[in-house]
Design a protein around this ligand. Structure first.
Ligand code: PSU
Ligand code: MN
Length: 314
């Protein structure tokens, strides 16, 4: 269904359109993780898996991408297949105008997905790991647009913190500066994606999806324009073995330096190097992270709509 939000036309899938008009729970999912974050063919299976995990909870999935210059909120099987199999550009907010003007296709990052989901009226978004400040940012200025966008977009993002390929301390400083509300889900430590604990303390901890929904409601009532970030760690038993992780990360970072990887190639390059250097173990952990975040985001989306319906069962 074509829906005009301001001047921009967005195509909502019938399921997403119905759920939003009925005030039902909806969770946005990004497409860069499918196109650039996971190797084929696991990527397509993971995309379907995430959607089904949400449907099993009675939540409508809205995977977001741009196809042939059209903003698509909720993809059909063909759309998911295209994102997983076609060569598609990694699309941040700044790329959206060009894709629309030129009728091009692109897989949306956390930044572009959050931007579009908010405009479609979606309140909750699940990803694997948010982008952040890269380790050599003092020299390269490489900071993900995910951070700036979350500083300007009132949406709740469930993420396993940020990837350990990044400068996590600097990322937390930037989240503070940008006014993003950061919550630890059943933890007081910021997760580091493959690792459950980055070693960095968080100020705020929540215990239930309802707690998250209360914070969202308070943020909205204050008129905050910033996101709420829910850091959801894997249980320690499910994380990547820290020894394996550290050795692989050293190799991955060295390879990026040697090959002078720059710009938007940095994150996909490091992710694929990690898969290689861990003999596929990082991929298994990555898939567990996505499933866990999608499941929690579904529960948060349900808690959010249940708040708005007094007397509804929790
Ligand atoms: N986390 C993952 N896999 C990914 C990404 C994050 O587990 O593929 C993607 C997201 O789309 C995120 C992007 O927005 O990487 C960040 O890229 P950059 O550092 O270039 O902003
Ligand atoms: Mn970058």
């Amino acid at each position: 269904m074509e829906q005009s939000q301001g001047a921009v036309a967005m195509t909502l899938s019938p399921a997403v359109s119905e759920a939003l008009s009925a005030g039902g729970p909806v969770v946005a999912l990004e497409s860069t993780i499918i196109s650039h974050g996971l190797p084929r063919p696991d990527n397509l299976a993971a995309a379907h898996d995430c959607e089904n995990l949400l449907r099993d909870q009675g939540v409508t999935p809205a995977t977001i991408a741009v196809l042939d210059g059209q903003i698509r909120i909720g993809l059909d099987a063909d759309g998911l297949k295209r994102v997983a199999s076609d060569e598609m550009s990694k699309t941040s907010v700044r790329d959206l105008p060009v894709l629309l003007a030129h009728g091009r296709s692109g897989a949306t990052t956390v930044a572009a997905t959050a931007f579009l989901a908010h405009r479609a009226g979606i309140r909750v978004f699940a990803t694997g790991g948010l982008g952040g400040v890269h380790r050599l940012a003092a020299h390269t200025y490489d900071e993900s647009a995910d951070l700036v966008t979350l500083g300007q977009t009132p949406i709740t993002v469930v993420s396993a913190g940020v990837k350990s390929i990044l400068d996590i301390a600097a990322t937390l400083e930037r989240l503070e500066t940008l006014g993003v509300t950061v919550l630890g889900y059943r933890t007081s430590r910021f997760p580091a994606f493959w690792l459950s604990d980055s070693g960095h303390d968080l100020d705020w901890r929540v215990e239930t999806p309802q707690d998250v929904a209360e914070v969202m409601a308070a943020s909205e009532s204050l008129g905050c324009r910033q996101a709420v970030l829910v850091g959801n760690p894997l249980p320690a038993d499910d994380q990547l073995d820290p020894g394996v992780h550290d050795a692989a990360l050293t190799r991955a970072l060295a390879a990026a330096q040697e090959q002078r990887i720059r710009g938007k190639q940095v994150t996909p390059f490091l992710l694929s190097q990690m898969v290689h250097a861990t003999g596929g173990l990082s991929l298994e952990v990555n898939l567990r992270i996505i499933r866990s975040n999608v499941t929690l985001a579904g529960a948060v989306a349900r808690a959010w709509v249940d708040r708005a319906r007094p007397g509804a069962t929790q």
